[in-house]
Design a protein around this ligand. Structure first.
Ligand SMILES: Nc1ncnc2c1ncn2[C@@H]1O[C@H](COP(=O)(O)OP(=O)(O)O)[C@@H](O)[C@H]1O
Ligand SMILES: [Mg+2]
Length: 424
């Protein structure tokens, strides 16, 4: 089987790393990949979607897996499917669940799926009126894709109004902010759940928790994610059942009824309030770094899971997960998330610990290869992943591996998985 993975982050590396271990995979391609995926397969530099589809046909690629949201929202799945190619990811129409928060919220409301009380509007007076009716804090969200920066938690009505004015005038996010969502603030704890969907059926992966803030104790600015762990003990069977029955099932049925059956990764951002899971948002692809810890927890074949999902064949698939925990610690570059950083050579110590050899590994993200050496090229550089039979063990292995990886300016959080460990 020949497989192509679209994307260039640690998420795509971690999928490729699993695929590279499967004996029936002949050729593995990354488009565009990064400096480390080149060691797992071939990096492809073609950017244009039609040309990539040509390439997939020429190289007899049996399955394309799309990592990031942008190509999905652009409709890459439709382009590939029109050629009869097999591709894992939602159609452009289904990707609106992530591409437009207005679409997503209206969908949730239409199908009675629990979510925060809200209005959508492009009228400033209507917005101000609703803001005044809510207690503080008030949540203001730009409609379109804003690379994780389009949500403002406003601590006063004035701050909320200011955020809305900035968005509606196009000043803060251009067209992505020309419509806004204003919603009530939910006080609880956040979880991420991932369902691999084939339009009708789905496989639910172990629930994960991400750490968005740059600094320990969830302080500092928001980032793409500084670490994650799974499965989280903050979920019990009642919450899983609730998510399945009240969120995933009506979403798959609803999207079918809308004429946009959902195939791909349904990423459910949840706030658990008094034991009740409430949908904050959907994304239509894996989280990064959640993917980096969920992939190595898979005991069953990753290629089979994605292939069956892409061919509407999940109903009889049984997927096994390791009875282990995964903890991933992101190593970011000096100026992250504020700006770019100078390239810095990555040195991984040559000390061999059998424990780390067997239960820890690196998923590479923002790296470039020059003359056989790897350089941190800015942003989030890599993720140190530890697996173990307890969260503590997995965490200790991840941090032990962090101690073996060096580059100038590296920064990490030291408290990944703290919420789970506090509870234990
Ligand atoms: N209604 C809400 N109540 C409390 N916090 C919220 C609410 N909506 C969003 N947030 C916080 O803002 C973050 C980003 O919002 P989200 O809807 O996930 O948008 P995006 O990921 O596209 O930026 C969430 O992870 C959560 O921490
Ligand atoms: Mg989010």
């Amino acid at each position: 089987m020949n497989i192509m993975v679209m994307g260039s982050g640690g998420r795509e590396y971690s999928i490729g790393r699993m695929l590279a271990q499967e004996s029936h995979i002949e050729k593995l391609y990354f488009a565009p990949g990064n400096g480390a995926t080149a060691a797992l397969g071939d990096n492809v530099t073609i950017q244009e979607y039609d040309a990539l589809a040509d390439f997939a046909q020429e190289q007899k690629i049996d399955l394309t897996i799309v990592g990031p949201e942008a190509p999905l929202v652009d409709g890459v799945v439709d382009i590939f499917k029109a050629r009869g190619l097999t591709i894992f990811g939602p159609s452009q129409a289904a990707a609106r669940l992530e591409g437009s928060k207005v679409y997503m919220k209206n969908f949730l409301a239409k199908y009675g799926i629990p979510t925060a009380r809200y209005i959508e509007t492009d009228h400033i007076e209507r917005a101000f009126e609703f803001i005044e009716s809510l207690p503080t804090p008030v949540v203001v969200k730009a409609d379109g894709l804003c690379a994780g920066k389009g949500v403002i938690i406003a601590h006063s009505h004035d701050e909320a109004k200011q955020a809305v004015s900035q968005m509606l005038s196009g000043k803060s996010f251009g067209d992505a902010g020309k419509k806004v969502i204003i919603e009530e603030f939910l006080d609880g704890y956040e979880l991420s759940m991932f369902a691999i969907c084939d339009g009708s059926d789905y496989i639910l992966l172990p629930a994960a928790q991400d750490h968005k803030r740059l600094l320990d104790n969830d302080e500092g600015p928001n980032t793409g994610g500084m670490g994650a762990y799974a499965p989280t003990p903050l979920v019990n069977d009642a919450i899983y059942d609730n998510v399945k029955e009240r969120i995933i099932r009506p979403t798959l049925d609803g999207m079918k009824a809308e004429g946009a059956p959902f195939e791909g990764v349904l990423f459910i951002g949840l706030m658990v309030v008094n034991g009740e899971p409430i949908t904050l948002e959907f994304n239509v692809r894996f989280g990064d770094p959640e993917c980096e810890i969920l992939m190595p927890l898979m005991e069953s074949s990753v290629s089979e899971l994605f292939y069956k999902a892409a061919t509407n064949n999940l109903s009889n698939l049984h997927v096994k997960f390791k009875e282990q925990y995964g903890v991933g610690v992101v190593m970011a570059s000096r100026n992250y998330p504020y700006g770019s950083s100078d390239p810095a050579e990555i040195i991984v110590d040559d000390i061999v610990h059998q424990e780390l050899e067997e239960h820890a590994h690196i998923s590479y993200a923002g790296v470039r290869e020059i003359d056989g050496k790897l350089y941190a090229s800015g942003g989030r550089v890599l993720v140190c992943v530890g697996l173990g039979t307890s969260i503590e063990e997995a965490r200790d292995r991840a941090y032990m591996l962090c101690g073996q990886v060096h580059f100038a300016g590296k920064k990490i959080r030291t408290d990944i998985a703290y919420q789970a460990l506090k509870k234990a």
